[in-house]
Design a binder for this molecule. Structure first.
Ligand code: ATR
Length: 321
């Protein structure tokens, strides 16, 4: 897959939503010095967030801050949509001055029926969280797994390529992460899940559709111990440890090894009990905040065609939390 040559640090998806000539026109409308809420006018490119409910989303604040930081005349708008209206809203938005939109619960799968083209990674994941609109044509992407990979690679300073990873949990987030890691060249992916059959189903699907690199780890203590001994990275994708059940652990932390990288996609609290214990054992830890920011940053890049101001986006998410 071709890399975005305009920003070799972060690029993954290749097609910016807006050509440079268009950005040159909208960019100067807002000055970087403008520290107040931008004025929405007829030239403003809108970006939506389709989901229901949206009360707790940090995305509007994060993206609007990012647009403002770069002086782009874009505005991010939460739009609550019930499932029976999804088709009409998606169709209507594609005819308006929207650069695209994010899609969240409960529409990430059903939105695929209402867009023109789907990126190959989103097709294998089977869910879309970012849609771009260019000349009325919509394209769907999945940046959830990519957000995780960028967070891991940036914060732990590693490349996932050729490394061995243990993923605990097997829900939608695990699916996006495991598929993306396989797509991007992970050496080996081990999957462990409470309901073992789901792990076999996901591993089989990845091996068939992406690359034969996945194995299931059973609950037998010896098998589990051997898995922890062979992996470079351990990832919790379950909700265990999330507020208000902050004392709970998704795995036996005695099995962690010094020097291993341990990542938790739970971001509230940022430092979960798992990460506290991993840190105490001498592991390198990666919190869930990075995945949140980088999945958004990839959407930003696709809508605007410019490199996202990642530090400002982190600051917004940390302040909301
Ligand atoms: P999401 O789609 O947001 O990733 P999900 O579909 O609810 O979340 O998946 C959560 C994952 O965490 C599942 O793999 C689930 O295990 P099951 O497949 O057995 O349901 C796992 N999980 C959630 N709570 C758990 C718990 N208390 N103990 C073990 N696993 C748990």
């Amino acid at each position: 897959m071709k890399k975005d040559s305009r920003n070799s640090d972060f690029g993954f998806f290749t097609e910016p939503c807006w050509p440079r000539s268009c950005l040159d026109r909208v960019g100067p409308l807002l000055s970087k010095k403008d520290n107040h809420m931008s004025i929405v006018d007829v030239n403003t490119k809108l970006v939506g967030l389709l989901g229901n409910p949206l009360g707790h989303s940090f995305s509007p604040a994060m993206h609007n801050k990012a647009f403002q930081t770069l002086g782009l005349n874009f505005f991010y708008l939460p739009i609550e949509v019930v499932p029976e209206n999804l088709k009409d809203v998606a169709r209507g938005i594609s005819k308006m001055n929207f650069a695209g939109y994010n899609v969240t619960v409960p529409h990430k799968i059903r939105i695929m029926e209402h867009i023109d083209h789907i990126h190959e990674l989103a097709t294998v994941i089977g869910a879309v969280n970012v849609v771009t609109i260019k000349d009325g044509r919509t394209t769907g992407y999945n940046t959830d797994g990519e957000g995780f990979v960028q967070s891991l690679e940036t914060e732990a300073r590693i490349s996932i390529k050729g490394k061995r990873h243990l993923i605990v949990g097997c829900g939608g987030a695990a699916r996006a992460i495991a598929m993306t890691m396989a797509f991007k060249g992970a050496g080996k992916i081990l999957i462990s899940n409470r309901t073992e059959q789901k792990a076999y189903d996901l591993a089989g699907e990845i091996n068939d559709k992406v690359r034969p690199c996945c194995h299931v780890v059973g609950k037998d203590p010896k098998e589990m111990k051997s898995a922890f001994q062979q992996v470079d990275v351990v990832i919790n994708t379950t909700s265990i440890g999330m507020h208000p059940d902050e004392d709970r652990l998704p795995m036996d932390t005695e099995l962690l090894r010094k020097g291993q990288i341990v990542s938790d996609i739970v971001y509230n609290p940022a430092k979960t009990e798992l990460l506290k214990r991993a840190e105490a054992k001498g592991c390198k830890i990666v919190t869930g905040i990075g995945m949140l920011v980088y999945q958004g940053a990839e959407g930003f890049r696709l809508w605007t065609g410019v490199a996202p101001p990642v530090e400002e986006m982190f600051a917004v998410v940390r302040a909301i939390k």
